[in-house]
Design a binder for this molecule. Structure first.
Ligand code: HEM
Length: 511
């Protein structure tokens, strides 16, 4: 073979290579066309908005106001409609509780066309795993969210929030509006690092700081990748400067996680260190993962440990950041609810300036306001599945195995057939009486069914602590010149940040 190749001229080699690329290209195109045909045929009985032959609905989705468009489509096409991201990727977009229940009460796998973008960074952790391995990991990780583990985290939330509020106190002296998004993001990442790796009591080391920067960078790069068609193909992406920057940041994040795991494992061999860990005021997430055994006596491998830690860092920080920012925006926009929340917090805390575990269950009005802000501004606006078996919907229509589903949480939460005056901010929707008759799949900011968010209690506790302390310390109002512009990018962001005016309430405020 080699002598034959050598005897060919460069020209012939080029000809062969182009021929091969052409054949492979045709083959790939034929597969894609076949797939398109299959997906389109499956959705034949679902009418939907007009589709561009090349872009599908991608252009509408990338524009500002795409979420309002999604709500108007949901109004026009009850239950569900096809949604095409480019020529080959077609989902059935659903936003009606019974439709959601039909799919999300089962454990169908995630749609790899979307979720594989995360793989390089977070590996096969809980978010991306499927089948028996997902089930085994989920069982192993549930104890990490037991309330005995969550209890001491309240002090961690308080510490990180204080650092942020002190920063805001200084900024607020200028009596100008400022964007709170980055500070909330840093606070949420700092908290999660402390709860995951046990860092923080002695401050973040240089290595921790590089990790912290890498995680921020990875989140941003991943969002840009999802948005940019040209980056969707792995091969092309890794060749671009953007893709190479992503790989470098991944390396920093992986090196950090691996080293922390190595150090912790070594410490566990040492009896004195073991005593120290037991005396620590709280177990962190890594302690629990390292101590997790399943019923067959197996432990998580190093690769699994890293994937789970990285998954938590990814799934846990941007989501809470979005939730907290939109909630504070709602408080600034609806001062009457802000005042009621503040009154409630003052009543619960008395002259204390800190929040404790037992306070959280008493914050009923604040909790209703958080839920209402999660309804109007769900931090994760869309999630995707690929059907492992056919599904029959309540109205008699069905979809075959292999079909792709997009659950539009944002459109579901503003569905006029489910919510009266869906655009109105009304926390009383979440009183026990008003919640009693509601469809269990009508309000699902943490998704629903077996693949719901494992971190939801952690997240709710964090949001309550952070927002309660913010409201105690500041009166919030809007910047009328810069209202947030909703933008779905994995999480629900604002294109221009969250510009608020913060008025310190002084020592008499309870802080
Ligand atoms: C306000 C904050 C949060 C919101 C709104 C939220 C929302 C969600 C949603 C919608 C899903 C389903 C994703 C899908 O189906 O693709 C999910 C899954 C998940 N979340 Fe959260 N999340 C939040 C905070 C957290 C935190 C703090 C953690 C961890 C510390 C976490 C860890 C996870 C994990 C591991 C999964 C995958 C669960 C599985 O598939 O078994 N989340 N989250």
């Amino acid at each position: 073979m080699v002598p034959v190749l050598l005897s060919l001229s460069l020209f012939h080699l080029g000809l062969w290579a182009s021929g091969l690329i052409l054949v492979l290209g045709f083959f790939k195109l034929a597969c894609l066309l076949l797939r398109r045909q299959k997906l389109a045929r499956a959705m034949d009985c679902f009418p939907g908005p007009t589709t561009h032959w090349l872009f599908g609905h991608a252009l509408e989705i990338q524009q500002t106001g795409s979420l309002d468009k999604a709500v108007s489509w949901a109004h026009q096409f009850p239950y569900a409609h096809p949604l095409w991201l480019g020529p080959f990727l077609g989902f059935l977009n659903i936003y009606e509780p019974d439709y959601v229940k039909a799919v999300y009460s089962r454990g169908d796998p995630k749609a790899s066309d979307v979720y594989d973008f995360f793989l390089q960074w977070i590996g096969k952790g809980l978010l991306l795993l499927e089948g028996p391995k997902w089930f085994q990991h989920r069982k192993l990780l549930i104890p990490a969210f037991h309330h005995d583990v969550l209890k001491p985290y309240v002090a961690v939330f308080v510490d990180s929030t204080r650092i942020m509020l002190d920063k805001w106190e200084k900024k607020s002296r200028e009596d100008k509006c400022f964007d709170i998004f980055c500070d909330v993001g840093h606070m949420a990442l700092d908290t999660l690092m402390k709860c995951t790796f046990g860092r923080g009591d002695s401050g973040l080391s240089h290595r921790d700081n590089s990790y912290y920067l890498a995680v921020s960078d990875l989140t941003l790069l991943m969002q840009q990748r999802v948005d940019s068609f040209q980056y969707h193909n792995d091969f092309i992406y890794w060749l671009t400067p953007h893709g190479r920057r992503f790989l470098r940041a991944c390396q920093v994040a992986h090196d950090h996680t691996d080293q922390v795991i190595r150090e912790r494992k070594a410490a566990l061999q040492d009896e004195k260190e073991q005593e120290k860990i037991q005396k620590r005021r709280h177990l962190d997430f890594l302690d629990i993962l390292l101590g997790a055994w399943d019923e067959n006596g197996s432990k998580l491998s190093d690769e699994d440990l890293r994937a789970e830690v990285d998954t938590f860092m990814f799934a846990g920080h941007d989501t809470t950041t979005s939730g907290i920012c939109w909630f504070l925006y709602c408080m600034a926009r609806y001062p009457e609810h802000q005042d009621r929340c503040r009154e409630e917090i003052r009543e619960i805390l008395g002259d204390r300036d800190t929040v404790q575990w037992d306070d959280l269950g008493k914050m009923t009005y604040l909790t209703m306001c958080i839920k209402e802000s999660f309804r109007l501004y769900p931090p994760v606006p869309q999630v995707y599945r690929q059907l492992s078996k056919p599904v029959n919907f309540v109205d008699g229509r069905s979809l075959p195995a292999g079909s792709l589903i997009s659950l539009h949480i944002y459109a579901l939460h503003r569905n006029g057939n489910v919510w009266s005056d869906p655009e109105v901010f009304d926390p009383l929707r979440f009183t026990p009486e008003n919640t009693a008759g509601r469809h269990p799949f009508a309000f699902i900011p943490f998704s629903a069914g077996p693949r719901n968010c494992i971190g939801q209690q952690f997240a709710m506790n964090e949001v309550k602590v952070v927002t309660a302390l913010c409201l105690l310390r500041f009166e919030l109002s809007l910047d009328p010149l810069q209202p947030p512009i909703k933008m779905p990018q994995l999480i629900l962001r604002s294109k221009n940040g969250f510009h608020l005016h913060l008025k310190p309430l002084g020592p008499g405020s309870g802080m």
